[in-house]
Design a protein around this ligand. Structure first.
Ligand SMILES: Cc1cc2nc3c(=O)[nH]c(=O)nc-3n(C[C@H](O)[C@H](O)[C@H](O)COP(=O)(O)O)c2cc1C
Length: 182
């Protein structure tokens, strides 16, 4: 059941010292490639960093000036930089007419497809939204047309946490009217 995979997926921040097979990462990328997007714009780009020396430098850059959190990045066998390559007309439509950011929505859906496929394959992932994007962009030599929106770490889980801390159903969903408890 797909729901079982959704339940199985959780943020993993401790990884076994074990390489991740590229075929498995390619399957995750394929899952992301199939994601829907506004006007089918497919604004996502993924840079998979699995070469240890490149990964080490990339993580050093990503953690520059970051204090206290996300140090687990250093120990992840693979780090994926999730980039956006925006379409100007969609940004204008979204920002001025709907006050929304379609591109970030698209990136989120594709990224989660990636993570869910990883969970299906027995891999652990963690979204990382707090990092030094400027320093990492420089380290990876990326041009001005792209932005690193998120990182996703991936590897075989070393910690098996079971709890899933979520709001109750009646706090997040309502039928036919605004029935949320205040
Ligand atoms: C957009 C986004 C950014 C996140 N950034 C971080 C982060 O910088 N560091 C981190 O440890 N976890 C990060 N997380 C993971 C969340 O903390 C985690 O998904 C949440 O606590 C729920 O736990 P679960 O994923 O295990 O179900 C992020 C998740 C999302 C969706």
């Amino acid at each position: 059941m797909v729901l079982d995979i959704f339940d199985k997926r959780r943020s993993v921040r401790k990884y076994k010292n074990e390489a991740v097979e590229r075929e498995k990462i390619i399957a995750c990328l394929e899952a992301a490639r199939l994601a829907p997007s506004a006007c089918n714009s497919q604004p996502w780009r993924f840079i998979v960093i699995d070469e240890p020396s490149i990964r080490e430098k990339a993580c050093e850059a990503a953690l520059k000036g970051i204090v206290g959190i996300n140090m687990f990045l250093r120990d992840a066998p693979v780090v994926v930089a999730v980039l956006s390559r925006r379409k100007i007309y969609l940004d204008i439509l979204g920002k001025y007419f709907r006050k929304t950011d379609y591109c970030l929505t698209d990136i989120g859906i594709a990224g989660e497809h990636f993570c869910l496929q990883a969970a299906y394959l027995g891999l652990g992932t963690c979204w990382v939204g707090w990092f030094n994007g400027g320093a990492l962009k420089k380290e990876l030599g990326l041009g001005r047309l792209v932005k690193i929106e998120y990182l996703i770490t991936i590897g075989y889980p070393a910690d098996i946490r079971c709890e899933k801390n979520r709001k109750q159903m009646n706090e997040i969903a309502s039928w036919n009217r605004d029935g949320f408890r205040r």
